[in-house]
Design a protein around this ligand. Structure first.
Ligand code: CIR
Length: 255
């Protein structure tokens, strides 16, 4: 079994990316690509084999592969992204996953972005957001019950995805922006809250016993290290202009 990370290089069309909460700001493709390359190198350094998909010149948000699939130990679910411009992104991700997992798919009228799915052990919390609807949550419940997953929908209105508001930072700790999602919703976990001045700081990528974490949030970083969380720093400032964070640039699984 290898630890595999699916990634895809930044599209030259990223300047036309979807934006929901941010104003459009110029994105420098070269800087975005070098930050993305640094992200891939950190994954490799920490023991992940890269499965790099070919660049998609006409799909602006295709670097954010997380939104195209949820990979569990037993099965993978290919999503139906909420933004129509992003639906063609799933085809290449499905082909990449086919050798490793049985594939299920979210069907119309369901829509779901992977960024809305937070897995904590056998619990899957799914943000019901602008991108993910109740129909998709119902499909996930029906499809995954036989594998022993509990699926719970949670309203997300103040931010793009559930994982903009909360991520797992070690096996028993969540990092959460309590203004966007109620911490009490998650039972049996330790909670670290983001600094009130850093609303976008709740997204960290758990890689074994440490997290890859953006350099943009020094005050939340202090809270994390104070709570014993080990951090690998990464500058993702250019991709952040496209409303991307650290979880969205990879799909991680063993295969
Ligand atoms: C979008 O709006 O779909 C992209 N510009 C950003 C997606 C980021 N994905 C994620 O956080 N999982």
């Amino acid at each position: 079994m290898r630890r595999i990370a699916i990634t895809r290089d930044v599209s030259p069309a990223i300047t036309r990316c979807e934006l929901t909460h941010l104003q459009r700001a110029p994105i420098d493709l070269e800087i975005a690509r070098s930050q993305h390359r640094a992200y891939e190198k950190e994954l490799e350094r920490l023991g992940w084999s890269l499965l790099r998909l070919p660049v998609e010149p006409d799909l602006p948000d295709s670097v954010f592969v997380e939104d195209a699939a949820i990979v569990l130990d037993e099965v993978a679910v290919i999503t139906r992204p909420g933004a129509p411009s992003r639906r063609p992104e799933t085809a290449a991700v499905a082909e990449a996953l086919r050798p490793y997992r049985l594939l299920l798919t979210i069907e119309e009228p369901g829509t779901m972005d992977g960024g809305d799915v937070l897995r904590i052990d056998r619990d899957l919390y799914i943000g019901v957001s602008r991108r993910t609807n109740e129909a998709a949550v119902e499909q996930m419940k029906r499809a995954l019950a036989r594998f022993g997953y509990r699926v719970t929908g949670i309203e997300v209105s103040e931010c793009l995805h559930l994982k903009s508001a909360v991520t797992l930072v070690d096996q028993e700790t969540i990092l959460i922006n309590p203004r966007w999602v109620i911490p009490g919703f998650f039972q049996g976990v330790r909670v670290i809250e983001t600094d009130p001045g850093e609303p976008y700081a709740a997204n960290g990528l758990l890689l074994g016993r440490r997290i890859l974490y953006p350099t943009a949030f020094p005050r939340t970083r202090e809270r994390l290290t104070g709570g014993g969380i080990r951090i690998v720093d990464i500058d993702m400032s250019e991709l952040a202009k496209a409303e991307g964070a650290v979880t969205c640039c990879s799909i991680l699984f063993e295969g």
